[in-house]
Write a protein that binds this ligand. Sequence first.
Ligand code: SF4
Length: 362
Amino acid sequence: MFPGADEYSVDLRVNEAAVDELLSVGPADVTAAAELTFARNVFIPLTTACRYTCTYCTYYDVPGEATLLSPSEVRKICDRGADAGCTEALFTFGDDPDDRYTAVHDQLAEWGHDSIHSYLREACEIALDAGLLPHANPGDQTREQMAQVADLNASMGVMLETTADLQAHGGPRGKSPGQRLHTIRTAGELAVPFTTGILVGIGETRRDRAESLLAIRDLHERYGHIQEVIVQPVSPNERWKEPGPALETLRETTAMARHCLPETVSVQSPPNLAPVRDLLDCGVDDLGGVSPVTDDHVNPDYAWPALRELESIAAEAGVPLSERLPVYERFLTEPGWVSERVHKAIDADTEAGARYRAVLAD
Ligand code: SF4
């Protein structure tokens, strides 16, 4: 059983034989992808308030310092993104701000919202209106919270990071692997196309990484909802002084991800954080969301590479690079995944609709 799984009624178990088998996989056991994809997005850090204090994270701000973007600020970022040809409004959060964040709750109340998810719904409406498809990554969510915003999102996400109980997540406000698994399972139950991933180098073992990837696979086998799995190295920053993982560790982990996930689930490597060129033969097929407009607010020290850099990565690998939407195409063609509201935005006879359809035709 995974730590916290009981508390969140997550009925997943570690299959030791499958873990052993996955641990024997290396780069030589997988093949390079025939194509690389990316999405063009704007990064919208809706709030930096977070109930947790992960020791490698520079995203969260303590109570009194946390920011909350106003509706007009959200609109401004979205307009810039749409003008720059983006298709995705990536909403990032800390986890559900707790009672210590009185200023955030007071501001939300002033704007007529009793929760951050109520406000996220408004922010998603703003994004759709501005001509972007929302992809919200609001941390752990209850079923009610996710259901409150799912119909306005093309897809959603949360990093599993790891199924292990680690010091990096420790302390009085440590986040729980069981809760993360519960959020990913909830997305499956609600038929939300979903992005997740693992974080490499935060104190987990090889075995933990294999168990984490297999847990994602097991949930995907039940619901079919995982669209991509990110293999992300932790990055040194002002709160995390340890070096990032060795290249060989990233190569092995990327290959394990490619080997254990079905072909329809992309393996993503973020080019501003990982040495993507050295990972392509390990099965990376997606370069994630790349913003021509905004910074990576989760990793502000690591600038996004220019789109030309992505083209150069693909050219060196000898494969085509194509743009994708924040929701993978199969979820648009199979019924039951994406809401009528999002379908209507894509089919609309508007500049934004034409932009979405041009990407689908890419
Ligand atoms: S990693 Fe996520 S959950 Fe952890 S402190 Fe940062 S924002 Fe919060």
